[in-house]
Design a protein around this ligand. Structure first.
Ligand code: ZN
Length: 130
């Protein structure tokens, strides 16, 4: 591997950990705002958009690494910034997926714990009224 690329990746590796921690905190704050009322369709759309953004960031990082190889001076911070954005977006996706999971149409029977459909009046296992 190109020595310049090696150096760059080494710098990125060192700072990426702290960036990931910061991203986690940012995601925590953002998750509070994650619309409780948003529909599952809307949430899935948001996940799709985030994945598209992440793909773009991956491409940009790849290009930066290549440009380093051609002799361009790429700041490690520039790549760190993109890695942080990816971390944030992944955290957001996890948040949205959790949101969707919480919106399942099932509920647990208070008596036996069996997973029942929310539209059921009685538990299919023990007959407890739901
Ligand atoms: Zn039951």
């Amino acid at each position: 591997m190109d020595q310049k690329i090696k150096d760059l990746l080494e710098k990125v590796k060192v700072t990426a950990t702290t960036a990931a921690e910061a991203a986690g905190k940012a995601a925590d704050a953002a998750s509070k705002k994650a619309g409780e009322l948003a529909s599952v369709t809307k949430l899935n759309l948001q996940i799709f958009d985030l994945n598209t953004d992440i793909e773009l960031l991956f491409k940009e990082i790849g290009k930066s690494v290549y440009l380093t190889h051609t002799g361009a001076e790429i700041e490690a911070e520039e790549i760190d910034g993109k890695i942080t954005q990816i971390d944030e977006k992944y955290a957001k996706i996890a948040e949205l997926k959790e949101c969707i999971a919480n919106r399942k149409t099932t509920c647990r029977c208070p008596n036996c714990g069996r997973e029942c459909d929310k539209s059921d009046s009685f538990c299919s296992a023990c007959g407890t009224q739901l």
